[in-house]
Write a protein that binds this ligand. Structure first.
Ligand code: C5P
Length: 231
């Protein structure tokens, strides 16, 4: 089947703090922008035809510079006010590309690699999506607003979800459109929209290195990890 990719990179990254380099997806790790590492993993994958990246309207120049020689391999769309909205804009831009499947990925997960992409692709079929996840290893606590422990949640059967998440293209586009029409704007990943639309989703093995860059300390960790693997 024909496979496209959506990369969402239109967020402002406010939790990572301010920098002259701009939002976290444009900050450097290991000597190159976060987003460029992410783009390279997909641009170099032989099974992927179309790539659409949702970017912020203010970031066009910065994006072009960060993508560099990879830029002709992809199209961009302007994102929206939420991750969910940015994803819908990018999916809509792929509507005429005759795709069977689409992978949807956070621009701020630069450690995605070919074998993870392969596992997600192997997990999708016409009636089912696929997402990489890892079993939760911490003990989970429920707490009140003032942080008093109320209970302990059994972690058996709980997984922490990553991206890329793969879906049959027409089904996930329709699910996103219906969610938007229903006024739902609180989904934090696409598998939650699939769940709402009753599209079955299967878990494949995630990768512990495939972390999401959210906070300033995540940028430091990424730099350290890349420095280690280079030496
Ligand atoms: O903010 P958070 O880290 O959860 O964002 C996850 C991904 O969604 C990031 O790659 C971010 O750029 C993207 N995003 C987006 N449009 C928004 C908000 C977030 O594309 N309005």
């Amino acid at each position: 089947g024909k496979i496209g990719v959506v990369i969402v990179a239109a967020g402002r990254g406010e939790r990572a703090g301010q920098s002259a380099e701009g939002p976290k997806q444009y900050r450097s790790i290991g000597g190159e922008p976060v987003i460029r590492r992410t783009l390279r993993a997909f641009a170099g994958h032989p099974a992927i035809s179309d790539i659409v990246v949702a970017i912020h309207a203010d970031d066009a120049t910065q994006f072009d510079r960060a993508a560099g020689d990879l830029r002709p391999r992809m199209r961009t769309v302007v994102g929206g006010g939420t991750r969910q909205e940015s994803t819908l804009h990018a999916l809509a831009a792929l509507a005429d590309s005759d795709l069977d499947f689409v992978l949807i990925h956070d621009g701020v997960r630069p450690f995605v690699d070919g074998s993870l992409i392969d596992r997600v692709i192997a997990g999708v079929d016409q009636g089912r999506g696929s997402l990489p996840a890892l079993p939760v290893s911490d003990t989970l606590k429920n707490a009140s607003a003032d942080r008093i422990v109320i209970g302990t949640t059994d972690r058996a059967g709980l997984f922490a979800a990553q991206t890329p998440q793969g879906f049959p293209f027409a089904a996930i586009l329709e699910a996103h459109q219906r969610a938007a029409e229903a006024g739902r704007d609180d989904f934090t990943d696409d598998a939650a929209i699939a769940e709402w639309a009753k599209i079955p989703v299967r878990i494949v093995d995630g990768n512990a290195d495939n972390t999401k860059i959210t906070w300033a300390k995540d940028l430091e960790m990424a730099n350290l990890r890349l420095a280690q693997s280079a030496s």
